[in-house]
Design a binder for this molecule. Sequence first.
Ligand code: HEC
Ligand code: HEC
Length: 352
Amino acid sequence: MSDFSSGFWNIYIAVLTILGIAGCALLLWSQSRNRVEIVRDANGQAPSTGHAWDEGLVELNNPMPRWWMWMFVLSILFGILYLVLYPGLGTFAGKLGWQSRGEYQAELALADAQYKPLFDKYLQQDLKVVAADPQAHAIGERLFLTYCAQCHGSDAHGSKGFPNLTDKDWLYGGTPEIIRTTILNGRNGQMPSMAAALGTDEDVRNVAHYVTGLSGSAESDPIKSVFGKAKFGACAACHGADAHGNPLLGAPNLTDKIWLYGGSIDTVMETIRKGRNNVMPAFHDFLGDAKVQVLAAYVWSLSNETREGHGEREHEGEDRKEHEKVNEKVNEKVNEKARGKKIDTKHDQDHG
Ligand code: HEC
Ligand code: HEC
């Protein structure tokens, strides 16, 4: 009702409702047995209305049976009582103050109260202990599918720009506590465009050859790499002189075969030219400490053996391989479409 911008429609509907009920009552009263005079014949039969069907079938002008009339009276009384107690008459909220929204909130509060002791227990525990708890694992998995899968994939393997959370390679570090901090506060990986700092396009290309050569890419040209290495100082502030990365900045290790965006010369040149700006949203306000605790333990367990989780994952081995193949194909298609050119991630073993 509050959707209407003017109060007129509330009153209009309320008046129509009241008139409807009053109309029913009036009709009932006018038709009640006492008001209609009935002249019966010698057999006690009411006179015919003059309507006849199928030769012998005649409609007699009998009054309504009393039980039927009382049903009408009862429904009218029920209607009035309902409108007094529950919302239904314009904006009138009803004497009981019942709301469908209130009912939903009550259910939520009930669920929270029911699970609170469990979540409180997890919140007190060490993250590694939580990770080994099968029930926490199941809750974590469900939370992950609801809040994280749209970006990281339902199997947490990620895709271009979205890190794989099941490997041992971390942008920001892979201890359970750091993972929790990541989820609570979010992250923003920023690499500025470095083209101007390097100089010419030739320099950008040489550095890309050097960077891809660090992980043994066949694309990398040794001569260009030598020139590239001389320019890598511009990158060392963030990625380190040895290019092993810096978890404080989220600067990736450039010496492994795990790439967030792709390890081809073209993609690395694109990264250098345009820079990168990548956001992982913060979940503290949205999910709260307890759910994030369970999520952090779950994510950590994806790349670490926990007592209970271990056997389960062994079991999944075959399934997972099959899944990975399909996922890879899908990712390739998406990447291909996004860039409108040939796949350049085919040398990648994985995503960062
Ligand atoms: C809107 C997309 C999005 C959603 C939703 C999202 N993430 Fe992320 N996440 C990212 C991106 C993008 C990064 C990489 C950030 C960067 O490059 O700095 C990331 C990074 C991470 C990292 C750090 C990985 C590393 O290598 O250090 C963790 C852990 C993580 N996410 C967990 C989660 C969890 C758990 C959830 C669900 C509560 C979640 N993410 C939901 C986009 C998302
Ligand atoms: C100011 C810090 C900073 C500097 C300087 C910097 N980078 Fe980065 N670089 C980053 C960060 C942070 C990321 C991760 C961006 C993200 O999370 O999306 C990154 C990502 C990359 C990637 C993508 C890696 C992948 O896994 O796909 C490459 C390649 C790269 N940098 C190369 C370079 C090169 C080459 C230079 C020097 C010319 C350079 N960076 C200079 C901070 C920096």
